[in-house]
Design a protein around this ligand. Sequence first.
Ligand code: NDP
Length: 347
Amino acid sequence: MADTTNRYWTLADGPVPPWPEDDTFEMREAPIPTPGEGQALTRTIYVSLDPYQWGYKRRRVEPAGAPCHARTVAQVLESRIPGLAPGDFVFNTNGWAEYGLMGEGVPRPGYMVPRKLDPSQGRISHAVGVLGMLGLTAYAGMILQCDPKPGETAVVSAASGGVGQIAGQLARLRGVRVVGVAGRDEKCRFVVDELGFDACVSHLSPTFAEDLAAACPQGVDVYFENVGGAVFDAVLPLFRPGARMTICGLIAHYGDTGGDARAAEAARAEARGVAVSDLFVGDYVESHHDAFLADMAPWVAERKVRYLEDIRAGLETIPATFAEMLRGGNFGKMLVRVSEDPTLATA
Ligand code: NDP
């Protein structure tokens, strides 16, 4: 008999701790929803786990009992949307759930517009990564905001992560000296050996600040900020006149219980004459997504831009995998595959 149950994770009742704990999330079951007019029922294949989702939890953005929000790649099972047929692959927002509806009246952040995917354009999992909002984030922050010039030095934090790996490679394509900051040694090696950054230093090293200064002998012209905290403290004295910085994310501060880390960091950089841009990818989706994809898809296909994913398996693993990603346990863009990816099936 066909499965009629939709399993999903929701935020448990009670106070939300600074960082996720074992009982922060709760698995629930509900009947698989039926699509109404203008809607489609989809089965989730990949769930994207991203640091910003923790902000949603801490601010309790989602209605109580609702599936935790996430961008997903899914396959259409039933469709009442013209132009969308069973079997089609889509980018949508099913969240931490096995099934979900898309289309008219289905709640989603306004800028996360569901779309049909073309599997010939790239791997479908890339739609929540390098060929989707993560790639656009890197492009908007590095190219549109910081506009690095040949010969300049750019530093990228969380350099082996989803956004960081792309941001650094985009700068590299512009002829910029690119220095990554990452955690474990194997991440640093990957950033240099596989992604082609000029250097990468570990923020876990006791000599991190000196290592970073040594890797940037001319100083820093561009800083792509994903982290904050001690990494920013080490970059700050290295900024050169005319330096630009984009604040993409401040993951070291996502457990803070007060204060405005973004404003504080921007003020410290501006006091040294740095031009600071705040980045929100939603501001660029309508204006730049299609042009960005037309450039990025061939770059990835030709391996001018390389892209590492860290794909785990099983809906039940999501909370632990999410907590691990927030602690730096991911190596590449973190995803969880919750059902078979038919595009990878071998004959
Ligand atoms: P990543 O894949 O980069 O994963 C997070 C990484 O952050 C970890 O792997 C870890 O890498 C690093 N990290 C975690 N804690 C610390 C710490 N205390 N100090 C230093 N490094 C730490 O995630 P994403 O690529 O998805 O996101 C990167 C950033 O981009 C996040 O801040 C996110 O919020 C932001 N973002 C912003 C968007 C926007 O519109 N502005 C859109 C999308 C993402 P390591 O082991 O190397 O330390």
